[in-house]
Design a protein around this ligand. Structure first.
Ligand code: ADP
Ligand code: MG
Length: 534
């Protein structure tokens, strides 16, 4: 066999190396950043998106814009994926991450043009990030009260949707987060995915509500079963109460008359045994992951037990948390300690769909019911809730706050410039470039509010320096420079820390690419990349 011939692959691609590759990558990053630049901050503009099916979406969310843009450029895609990581880790701070990353690259390019090697820049950026993380600790302060948590969620929603919705969603997010906090070996955990989100089309976004319980779009397995129970005990079955054929595809030979009947009778007996086991345990309610046979359903109904079938895994998990029940494979192997307790179980019909609402004995099952007149509206409410509960959960896990309104970035830049002076090598230039890069946040915040961005940045830097206060920032509600503590514009330290790391990581990895294979076929480049002069 002859060796693998890859020339045919290379024919299809154009190879760009070294500086040319970096230049293209920086341009792609800038083009990407420009598409979301105007959405940053409370005065950011909404974007109108049109997808392939002709659906219109209005959003102020940077990630949503990027996801809809279907960018093909490899570097741009890599940067989007790093901002999606930010989205998953912290949810908030995604636009900032991308803007900073692109700005770092632009500044790096200027240095490359002056003859500084990308490797030196990358190492300078790493040094700057390392110091910044220490500075962030110094600038941050403890979360003082629940009111401050509420203000932080409001800051995260600034500019997104109408104010009545922001207000409502912040309140619900703080409430939901408080309900799902757990403490394990002294460590506080708050996992926002424990809050289920269910859309109920209609009404206004501000009518969205939080149900203390798990809501599942299902009705009981038998029409005669009671949909409303006051309180009782629940068994969760990680399987079904079904005949075996559905599980095993067994073949058998009928050799004697009556054998088939005997087989069926045996199966009915097995089903009955399982139902008897449920009755013996004293469960009032059961939920199965799989199906329940007709016969078993009737038996359960006759025994006064309400049953739900085909409940998905995620919902089973939520039910388990809300009731303290431990799921079992079959009722035959269940014991009293596997049962959980509930306060109430009821059916409610929304938009003609019957919903099962189970309020557990533990507060940990929460469901947000989003309201809105259209699918798009419902999605926007859901995204806002995700931002807000992300912030609240982060603050439970790490109750430290940083000032918003560009204050943190200006404070970091001031410190980084002093730090740069101590570095003898060329990395000094990269640390300065990093400091300049961070300032993109206050600049764009001001720009989007229609202010003179450079003048505001200089004013803010001077104000922080003369008063020795890191907490002075831009209050875009009042259009002044003031103490962000007084203005109530604060953000979780955890989110800013992650944003800084994400931005540096993606800038550094772009700097390290010096060879770019570009598929010749249909290279889709973000708008504006080709317009830039060679
Ligand atoms: P991201 O996706 O990065 O979170 P946002 O559009 O949510 O982007 O904007 C967040 C920025 O807006 C943060 O820097 C935050 O400090 C700032 N911000 C929020 N509210 C205000 C305000 N009232 N005044 C000034 N800046 C604000
Ligand atoms: Mg935000």
């Amino acid at each position: 066999m002859t060796g693998f011939d890859d020339s045919s692959i290379l024919e299809e691609t154009e190879r760009t190396t070294g500086r040319a590759a970096l230049r293209k990558n920086v341009q792609a990053a800038m083009a990407l950043a420009n598409t979301i630049r105007t959405t940053l901050g409370p005065k950011g503009l909404d974007k109108l998106l049109l997808d392939e099916e002709g659906r219109i979406q209005v959003t102020n969310d940077g990630v949503t814009v990027l996801e809809a843009a279907r960018v093909e450029h490899p570097t741009a895609r890599m940067m989007i994926s790093s901002s999606s990581i930010q989205d998953k880790v912290a949810r908030d701070g995604t636009t900032s991450t991308l803007l900073i990353a692109a700005e770092l690259l632009q500044n790096a390019w200027d240095l490359v043009a002056q003859g500084v090697h990308p490797t030196v820049i990358a190492s300078g950026f790493r040094m700057a990030e390392f110091e910044s993380q220490i500075f962030l600790e110094e600038i941050s302060r403890d979360l003082g009260s629940e009111e401050e948590m509420l203000q932080a969620t409001r800051t995260a929603l600034a500019g997104k949707g109408e104010s009545s919705m922001q207000e409502k969603i912040s309140l619900l997010a703080v409430k939901a987060a408080a309900a799902i906090v757990t403490e394990e070996v002294g460590k506080i955990r708050a996992d926002p995915t424990l809050v289920k989100v269910l859309a109920n089309k209609g009404g206004r976004a501000s009518d969205s509500s939080l149900v203390n319980g798990v809501v599942i779009a299902k009705k009981p397995a038998h029409p005669e079963m009671s949909g409303s129970l006051d309180s009782g005990r629940i068994l969760l079955i990680d399987g079904g109460i079904e005949r075996r054929q559905t599980v095993m595809d067994a073949k058998f030979k009928v050799t004697q008359p009556g054998m088939l009947e005997a087989f069926r009778a045996k199966e009915s007996e097995l089903l009955k045994e399982q139902v008897d086991a449920v009755v013996a345990l004293g469960a009032d309610l059961i939920a199965c992951k799989d199906g329940i046979d007709d016969e078993a359903r009737s038996l359960l109904e006759a025994a006064g037990i309400t049953a739900y079938r085909r409940v998905n895994r995620k919902d089973m998990e939520l039910l388990s948390r809300a009731t303290g029940s431990i799921s079992v494979h079959s009722p035959n192997v269940a014991s009293q300690s596997d049962l959980g307790e509930f306060h109430s179980s009821r059916q409610e019909s929304w938009a003609d769909v019957s919903h099962w609402i189970l309020e557990g004995s533990q507060d940990s099952g929460q469901t947000l019911i989003t309201r809105g007149s259209s699918e798009e509206m419902l999605e926007e409410v859901e995204r806002c809730f995700a931002d807000a509960i992300g912030v609240a959960c982060q603050l439970h896990e790490e109750p430290r706050l940083l000032p918003g309104g560009g204050a943190t970035q200006v404070a970091l830049a001031r410190r980084l410039r002093r730090y740069a002076e101590t570095i003898p090598g060329r990395e000094q230039l990269a640390v300065e470039a990093f400091a300049d890069g961070l300032e993109v946040i206050p600049r764009v915040l001001a720009e989007n509010a229609g202010l003179d961005s450079l003048a505001r940045l200089l004013e803010l830097t001077a104000a922080q320096t003369s008063s020795q206060s890191d907490w002075l920032g831009l209050d875009l509600g009042e259009n002044t420079i003031r103490d962000m503590d007084e203005a109530g514009i604060r953000e979780p330290l955890r989110i800013t820390r992650q944003a800084l790391k994400g931005a540096t990581d993606s800038a550094v990895s772009v700097l390290r690419i010096d060879d770019l294979l570009w598929a010749k076929q249909d290279p889709q480049i973000p708008d504006g990349v080709l317009d830039q002069p060679e």
